[in-house]
Design a protein around this ligand. Structure first.
Ligand code: GTQ
Length: 347
């Protein structure tokens, strides 16, 4: 039963003053705000960011601010639902676009939040994660899980830009966010595990029982070429609604990071793709193609390299125009699964 709850204004002024005087407050005027009926009320507002609009400002940051003065030269995306300066695109997800110029390095550090990069443009960038040198090619997903050392470098000729996704808002909220700085890492002289141990899906080296346990994050780089190939093959047999593949830990099958999920999507051209409404919030990064997404009744146009956000339980319809489109969805499904409340509802 939806009863009408009392308001603050109904209470006598002296009572209200007495409460704030001893640092307490009544729950009932705020009860529905913190526990709305049946479904959450998102703060996040769906939004589309045009890469073409951000790119020139990011390149200008390359002239205005040397990397030494920035540590990470990043323009981050601000959720319009939270207002100017909010360092988040949803409750849990931070997204930034980072620029590294030829010859520059972004110093090594380790932090409690986890990060992943999706390479947007430029050749020759690399990230060193716990001693593995991970080449960065367009569309690659590169993990830097919390607690892993990482620095970035660039041995190419043109600016390199990538998208950073972090669970920073969550760690900040938990009062658990901090970083430790260190010297640049000397990378191992071998290709990274995606090229050595984990060449093919479904194959992994046998566990060794005579050695310390394997790295909890054995594969840090997911080359886009393989992902696109896998999606194209899967889509032929996946029926309508496009194809989706989750990025997983090849040793355990678990999501590739503890709180953030990454899902590669193929949207077949001309087809309306209507996923169920999900309790997770999402950020879509367009790898290729163009089209639009209708999110809670509002149309957001997109093309390659753009970013679109959607709040929890959004009703979404994607449509790729004139060619198949590829996206990577960044979401907080893994966190919600761990908390025991991840949910999908019919549209
Ligand atoms: O590259 O390590 O966008 O630590 C924000 C925080 C990137 C990074 C960000 C970071 C990084």
């Amino acid at each position: 039963m939806a009863t009408q709850l009392g308001t603050l204004e109904e209470l006598p002024p002296d009572y209200r003053e007495a409460m704030s005087g001893i640092d307490v407050a009544p729950l009932w005027p705020q009860m529905r705000k913190v526990l709305p009926h049946n479904t959450p009320i998102p703060v996040t507002k769906a939004h589309a960011w045009s890469y073409a609009a951000i790119r020139p400002l990011l390149l200008r940051a390359g002239e205005l601010t040397p990397v030494e003065k920035a540590e990470r030269r990043v323009l981050f995306l601000v959720d319009p639902g939270r207002g100017a300066g909010a360092m988040q695109v949803s409750s849990t997800i931070y997204v930034g676009l980072q620029l590294l110029l030829p010859g520059e390095t972004a110093p090594a550090h380790v932090h409690t939040p986890s990060a992943a990069r999706i390479v947007v443009e430029g050749e020759g960038g690399y990230t060193v994660v716990d001693g593995d040198r991970l080449p960065m090619k367009a569309g690659d997903l590169i993990l830097t899980p919390g607690g892993c050392w990482h620095d970035h470098g660039h041995s190419g000729e043109e600016p390199v830009i990538w998208l950073d996704a972090l669970d920073l808002p969550l760690f900040y909220y938990l009062e658990g966010s901090y970083a430790v700085e260190g010297p640049l890492q000397a990378p191992r002289n071998r290709p990274d595990p995606s090229e050595v141990e984990y060449r093919a899906a479904g194959l992994a080296p046998p566990r060794r029982r005579d050695r310390p346990p394997a790295n909890p994050y054995p594969m840090m780089r997911f080359p886009w070429e393989r992902t696109e190939n896998a999606l194209r093959h899967y889509a032929r047999h996946a029926g309508s609604g496009g194809a989706e593949l989750d990025y997983i830990n090849p040793e355990t099958g678990a999501p590739c990071l503890p709180t953030l999920g990454f899902t590669a999507m193929l949207l077949p051209k001309g087809e309306a793709v209507r996923p169920p409404r999900k309790s997770s919030s999402a950020v879509f990064h367009v790898i290729s193609g163009h089209g639009y997404s209708v999110i809670d009744g509002v149309r957001h146009d997109w093309k390659a390299k753009d970013v679109v956000s959607a709040p929890v339980f959004a009703a979404i319809e994607h449509r790729a125009e004139s060619e198949d489109a590829f996206m990577i969805r960044i979401h907080d499904g893994p966190l919600q699964e761990k908390l025991g409340y991840y949910e999908e509802r019919p549209r």
